[in-house]
Write a protein that binds this ligand. Structure first.
Ligand SMILES: NC(=O)C1=CN([C@@H]2O[C@H](COP(=O)(O)OP(=O)(O)OC[C@H]3O[C@@H](n4cnc5c(N)ncnc54)[C@H](OP(=O)(O)O)[C@@H]3O)[C@@H](O)[C@H]2O)C=CC1
Ligand SMILES: O=C(O)[C@@H]1CCC=N1
Length: 261
């Protein structure tokens, strides 16, 4: 996620590359790669200086690493830093408590489509975050796609729908490819057909102004092929399965927040 955000900011020229610095826990080779690829600063020896001199700190480690990291960097931060987190489930009040001061916290949830500038990022501000802090964070995430400002109480649900969502979609694509193979289509052709079909269907959803159910019904000829296929999806309760999938992912985001508070 960190590299996607860096690449977006550099590509959209919202900040000069040498104004961005990156650190990690233990991988200098990776930092060198980031410096070479994006022209940013990434000298592991300067980690704490980077933090002290930064206006905005983006925490892009796993939820389990947030506690140690924030405790580690707490003394190098002040209430004038804007602290942005991308960690699933972690509440703004958890980060505030770990920092031990009143720095504004902005919690975000991008997705991996950031790598192609198409993230759907949700974000919300913590107690001390002002409009200017939300705006500057929005600007960063607009460089990797669309931004949706929502109340924090909906962040775990958004994490399931749009943070994890690409994986659920890819799983459906994998299933379509398996289906194409079982009815005899060559793998390369099947992939091209499925991807163009998904792209076309998504474009229809975004451009037609019609509901998904309306677009679906328009494809179903009475006694035709589409209804024959949809009957199978319905008899296997696809709707209930996907609903349970989104609920399980949301529940896990809540658990991650509690486990790492
Ligand atoms: N992957 C996804 O689809 C999405 C992930 N997220 C969230 O983004 C976060 C990162 O995920 P992802 O990019 O996949 O994870 P990665 O494992 O790829 O990256 C995590 C990074 O955090 C670094 N790190 C760990 N501890 C510290 C520390 N104390 N100081 C500095 N850096 C540290 C690691 O460094 P090192 O390698 O040296 O250990 C590593 O570079 C997670 O919280 C996840 O919930 C959000 C949206 C989507
Ligand atoms: O699976 C995860 O926990 C992270 C958060 C959203 C996408 N990946």
């Amino acid at each position: 996620m960190a590299e996607a955000i860096i690449a977006g900011m550099v590509k959209m020229q919202i900040v000069k590359p040498d104004s961005i610095s990156a650190t990690n826990r233990s991988n200098p080779v990776r930092l060198n790669q980031l410096a070479d690829a994006h022209g940013i600063q990434a000298d592991p020896a300067l980690k704490y200086r980077y933090i002290q001199e930064a206006d905005i700190l983006i925490l892009a480690m796993k939820p389990k690493d947030i506690k140690n990291t924030v405790e580690e960097i707490g003394e190098y931060t002040t209430k004038d830093h804007v602290v942005v987190s991308v960690a699933a489930g972690i509440k703004t009040e958890t980060i505030s408590g770990l920092l031990g001061h009143e720095a504004p916290i902005v919690r975000t949830m991008p997705n991996t489509s950031a790598l192609v500038g198409q993230s759907a990022t949700g974000l919300c501000g913590g107690k001390t975050a002002q409009e200017e802090h939300i705006e500057v964070t929005s600007k960063i995430f607009e460089s990797i796609g669309s931004v949706f400002r929502i109340p924090e109480e909906n962040m775990d649900a958004l994490t399931a729908v749009s943070g994890s969502g690409p994986a659920f979609f890819y799983y459906f694509v994998e299933a379509m490819l398996d289906g194409a193979k079982s009815v005899g289509l060559e793998e390369g052709l099947a992939k091209e057909l499925v991807l163009q079909t998904m792209l076309g269907a998504t474009s229809m959803l975004m451009q037609s102004g019609k509901e998904p159910s309306e677009l679906r019904e328009a494809i179903c000829s009475p006694g035709g092929t589409t209804l024959a296929g949809l009957d199978v999806l319905q008899s296997h309760s696809l709707n209930d399965t996907v609903k349970a999938c989104v609920e399980a992912a949301t529940k896990r985001a809540v658990e991650l927040g509690k486990m790492n508070a």
